[in-house]
Design a protein around this ligand. Structure first.
Ligand SMILES: [Zn+2]
Length: 284
């Protein structure tokens, strides 16, 4: 086993190290933890705070990094605690306040672009592109109330997509949605051939303990079982809902729908039990 390095950081086998990943051309430093196991295996990369106001995901990354025992790691783990540091400090919804862009729309980024594009490029080139598996933690943004779900990308590569689906199953959130939005972290990873998921739990600017436990439970009890030989379980299409898949889980099916309901302007959205209209776009 060789040491795991990231910028100036270096974790020898059986150790972990915490420091910062600098974003060239900006003053931003992303807090990051590297853990290098003692047994060869895949590199699992985890990020949080691509949206700086999604606290359960950020806290889950911090606690997972703190509790990770490198002696128990098979392979390597990289955890970025917060990607959009300016948005975290500014309590901004979706956007980086330095350029007004949603970082989760500009992956894989641009090293000569705006701040969001540089953030995305640093994360993608240094953390995501090296990984065999990638998990991008989201927590429902400050203006969102949502049912927990996991998004995976339909990249068109069946093997990559099936491994992402299996990773989503391992993560354990009931609803799994297939996303097709370009520029997302998980989408850019999938298009690079890296199985990736975006689990989302939490919202409304709260450090919701139930949402936090969803992420932590997945990390502590499930992700440590991630292996390079992940194989998907059988699945079948959901009639009438092409973005949703059903999976047989014991004696029942599971299905996820993703209606995104928004109020117009500054008004209030009243949500009924009637099916809402399909959104024209989504913020993930
Ligand atoms: Zn988000």
């Amino acid at each position: 086993m060789e040491a795991l390095t990231l910028g100036a950081l270096r974790a020898e086998p059986g150790t972990k190290v915490t420091g910062f990943l600098e974003v060239p051309g900006t003053a931003i430093q992303m807090p990051v933890t590297l853990a290098q196991g003692t047994v060869p295996g895949p590199l699992l990369s985890i990020s949080a705070g691509v949206h700086g106001g999604e606290y359960p995901g950020i806290e889950a990354a911090i606690q997972t990094a703190a509790s990770l025992d490198p002696q128990q790691v098979r392979g390597s783990v990289v955890i970025v605690h917060i990607v959009d540091v300016p948005a975290f400090h500014g309590r901004n919804i979706y956007i980086c306040p330095l350029d007004g862009k949603n970082p989760n729309r500009v992956f894989p980024g641009n090293p000569k672009g705006t701040v969001s594009e540089r953030l995305a490029h640093a994360l993608f080139s240094e953390v995501i592109a090296r990984a065999q598996f990638y998990v991008d933690l989201h927590g429902g943004d400050i203006n969102e109330g949502l049912v927990p779900f996991t998004i995976i990308m339909d990249s068109g590569d069946r093997e990559v997509d099936d491994r992402a689906l299996t990773l989503a199953r391992v993560y354990g959130i009931r609803y799994v949605i297939r996303g097709r939005v370009a520029g997302g972290s998980y989408a850019a990873a999938a298009q690079r051939g890296i199985p990736a998921i975006l689990p989302e739990a939490g919202g409304q600017g709260l450090l919701d303990q139930q949402a936090l436990q969803i992420h932590l439970r997945a990390h502590v009890t499930r992700l440590k079982t991630v292996r390079g030989d992940l194989r998907p379980r059988p699945r079948r299409p959901c009639p009438g809902h092409p973005g949703v898949h059903l999976e047989r889980d014991g004696s029942r099916d599971r299905a996820g729908l993703a209606p995104w309901v928004r109020s117009a302007g500054g008004s209030t959205a009243l949500v009924s039990s009637a099916p809402p209209p399909a959104p024209s776009s989504s913020p993930w």
